[in-house]
Write a protein that binds this ligand. Structure first.
Ligand code: ZN
Length: 445
């Protein structure tokens, strides 16, 4: 009996694990490990109300991306919605009288009527870790039109007419660790990006914003030892935008999660080139409007700025090793903290070796390319801009000018000459096309 029970329990557990809740992709901008993933859950939606749940998610999402700075970084986010049906609709009114919704959502948490929380939030974390472990922020929409919400790892909102604004405010708490800018009670007071005991405008955390768009150091009248940066921020009242201080905190958080550089080409960072055109490309995730600064520099000298593609001829390179650097900076006006901006820069360095000795092409009367150089056994001559002459007179001299080899050959292109008989060393190759002559330095290995 006992064994049978164990088997049936195992079966039940397997059955649960094998039937994940359906996931709707609301917005997919890129790989989950390279984006900020917002995962929605719903509570108090019965099976037949799940269509409405998706509409409620879209409603919150659409509003959220009209709010600055989120609207500038839309492509930095993936948004999915997990469909979890409840047995009953709505939320409880009292944490002591829970109803049979899935996550135990109730108003009046901690005795605060509008504080809507999920008392069974571990069920939410189980689903998230099982079905979308790369989630960065979870948002719970509770199918109840009473005004309410809460922050925390599971930002919560109801379906009240203000739900999209409440959700955006709660995400300010959850995503960017912002405090309320109304007085929420001493238990919620703390040093956060938008709350401080520091009263000096010169020393306050947001000193770079003082006098910009009404940013100041405003004491809370209920508890004047604590201060807020603004009188009319979304973290204080619904509907106005986030104040510049909150906007900066959110932007910094977005930048910490997602780097704008997606990929670069060529992927090889060390290579050798000869006489050729070089092309480099970046794929960047662009804020809207685009605030990325892209600075290319070759051996420390700035090239064209703000292009994702760069091409140049290898003649720009120095013989030997060259460095091509590209530095990508998000110059958004939302962030005034230079230290953060510098910390968030991405760069790529290619090390390019110009093997100038492999090809000596001299604009000369003969106009011949000699390769390879150094020579192992054979030296090739190639006329790249003109036809070869009908007869080629070639002479190899040592550095003292003594002739070691002298020959005349019928014109061909290219032409290959054996230097196998010569010992290793430096030589001069003289080529005469019947009218002009030119001397080229070569090395024999
Ligand atoms: Zn604010």
């Amino acid at each position: 009996m006992r064994l049978l029970l164990l088997i049936s329990m195992t079966y039940a557990i397997t059955l649960v694990a094998a039937q994940p809740f359906p996931i709707d992709t609301i917005q997919w901008s890129g790989p989950a490990d390279k984006r900020i993933n917002f995962v929605f859950l719903g509570d108090g939606y019965q099976q037949h109300e799940l269509d409405q749940y998706i509409k409620d998610v879209l409603n919150v999402r659409d509003h959220f991306f009209t709010q600055s700075p989120f609207d500038h970084y839309r492509d930095y986010f993936n948004i999915v919605a997990i469909n979890v049906p409840s047995n009953v609709s709505g939320a409880a009114r009292d944490p002591n009288q829970l109803i049979d919704n899935y996550f135990g959502s109730t108003f009046n948490s901690s005795g605060i009527e509008r504080l809507l929380t999920a008392t069974k939030s571990s069920k939410a974390s189980d689903i998230l870790f099982d079905q979308f472990p790369l989630f960065d922020q979870a948002v719970l929409i509770v199918n109840d039109d009473k005004y309410g919400g809460s922050g925390g790892w599971l930002a919560t909102t109801s379906t009240n007419i203000n739900a999209p604004e409440i959700a955006t405010h709660e995400l300010g708490h959850s995503f960017a660790n912002l405090s309320d800018e109304y007085w929420a009670g001493v238990q919620f007071a703390g040093e956060t990006p938008n709350m401080t005991k520091e009263s000096s405008p010169n020393l306050v955390r947001w000193h770079e914003w003082i006098q910009t768009n009404d940013v100041g150091v405003y004491p809370h009248s209920e508890e004047p030892s604590w201060h807020r940066p603004h009188q009319n921020c979304k973290m204080r009242v619904l509907n106005p935008p986030f104040c510049p201080v909150c906007e900066e905190a959110i932007t910094k958080q977005i930048q910490l999660f997602v780097k704008p550089l997606v990929s670069y080409f060529p992927e090889t960072l060390n290579f050798t080139v000869e006489d050729e055109k070089l092309v480099f490309q970046l794929e960047n995730l662009l804020p809207q409007p685009n605030t990325l600064s892209v600075r290319w520099s070759l051996n420390g000298e700035l090239l064209e700025p703000n292009t994702d593609t760069l091409s140049f001829e290898s003649s720009l390179l120095l013989e030997g090793e060259n460095y091509l650097d590209v530095l990508i900076t998000d110059t958004t006006p939302f962030v005034r903290d230079d230290e953060h901006t510098i910390g968030q820069q991405c760069n790529v360095r290619w090390s390019i070796w110009l093997d100038a000795t492999t090809s000596i092409f001299v604009e000369d009367p003969v106009g011949v390319l000699l390769y390879p150089n150094p020579i192992v056994d054979f030296l090739n001559l190639e006329w790249v801009s003109t036809q070869p002459p009908s007869t080629i007179h070639l002479e190899v001299l040592n550095l003292e000018g003594r002739s070691l080899m002298k020959t005349s050959l019928p014109g061909a292109n290219p032409i290959s000459i054996s230097l196998q008989g010569l010992p290793s060393g430096q030589y001069q190759v003289s080529i005469n096309d019947g009218t002009n002559s030119m001397v080229y330095p070569v090395i024999k290995l």
